[in-house]
Design a protein around this ligand. Structure first.
Ligand code: NAP
Length: 261
């Protein structure tokens, strides 16, 4: 299926690894020129080179920087000032007990997972509307649908972004600019084996590999998600024919969420 976005320009934030990288790769495979960002230069250069090699007809631009800071966003927008596609992503907040979180911890989480995507939408959405094409995908979390107890910072900040977008996405679609959330359940990335997994594995006295095997067994799909699957879903939402899908929060979790809707 040709998604009809060949030659479009995408800014894919936090994309040297994991889900962001998979989105950049899937868009590049559709002929989209991609600008990729991350803080670590080595992994970013490696990911950009791999995507470049696989898609010689497109331009892949790397921008090193922290997307949650004004300087990081400015650098990303300087490299890709008029994106047709914006994929908002950043690292997730740490787990913990809300009794230990300070105001600064909350501000950091809200900055990364709510205000950064809103700032980037603000900087790009009017241009998209004037050009009558835009696709914005916010990578959030399954925690938006079913909160994860130890990830209170994530539950709160991402819910804020989701609420804001619910309103705005109904205002931009008139100009063929859609805004949707992609909600990852468990996907096999570094993040999945990070602090949350370590905390749980330690509590249960098992290894991370055992924990992952248990999680796979408990998932209705019998496995953990492959980031490539996430990238394809993102590319589909960014497709020319996906213009009637806006304000949605699409869960990719192998059926783990038990609700009917
Ligand atoms: P990952 O494998 O750890 O990759 C994170 C990517 O984001 C890396 O390229 C990292 O590079 C970059 N990054 C992180 N913070 C950044 C920042 N401040 N500025 C620029 N780049 C930044 O993580 P992932 O699993 O793909 O997760 C992506 C998002 O989905 C996170 O918010 C995570 O909480 C959420 N999520 C993931 C899962 C899952 O199962 N994987 C489930 C639910 C939600 P640098 O570190 O070099 O900057």
């Amino acid at each position: 299926m040709d998604l009809g976005i060949k030659g479009r320009r995408a800014l894919v934030c936090a994309s040297s690894k994991g889900l962001g990288r998979a989105c950049a790769a899937a868009l590049a495979a559709e002929g989209v020129h991609v600008t990729m960002t991350a803080r670590g230069t080595e992994a970013l250069a490696k990911a950009a080179e791999e995507i470049r090699k696989a898609n010689p007809a497109i331009t892949v631009t790397e921008v090193a920087g922290d997307i949650t800071t004004p300087a990081g966003r400015e650098a990303a927008l300087k490299a890709c000032p008029d994106p047709d596609i914006l994929v908002n992503n950043a690292g997730g907040p740490p787990p913990g007990d809300f009794r230990n979180w300070t105001r600064d911890d909350w501000i950091k989480a809200i900055d990364a997972n709510m205000l950064t995507p809103i700032e980037l939408i603000k900087a790009t959405v009017d241009g998209m509307m004037s050009r009558k094409f835009g696709r914005i995908v916010n990578i959030t979390s399954a925690a938006v649908k079913a909160p994860i107890e130890v990830l209170g910072l994530s539950n709160g900040a991402r819910a804020g972004l989701t609420g804001f977008v619910a309103g705005l996405s109904r205002k931009t679609v008139i100009a063929n600019v859609t805004i949707n959330g992609l909600l990852p359940g468990p996907f096999d990335t570094e993040r999945l084996r990070g602090p949350v997994a370590k905390m749980e594995a330690e509590k249960r006295g098992i290894t991370i590999d055992q924990l992952m095997a248990d999680r796979a067994k408990l998932n209705p799909a019998g496995r953990i998600g492959d980031p490539e699957e996430f990238g394809y879903a993102c590319a589909f939402l960014c497709g020319a024919r996906a213009g009637f899908i806006t304000g949605q929060n699409i869960l990719l979790d192998g059926g783990a969420f038990p609700g009917t809707l």
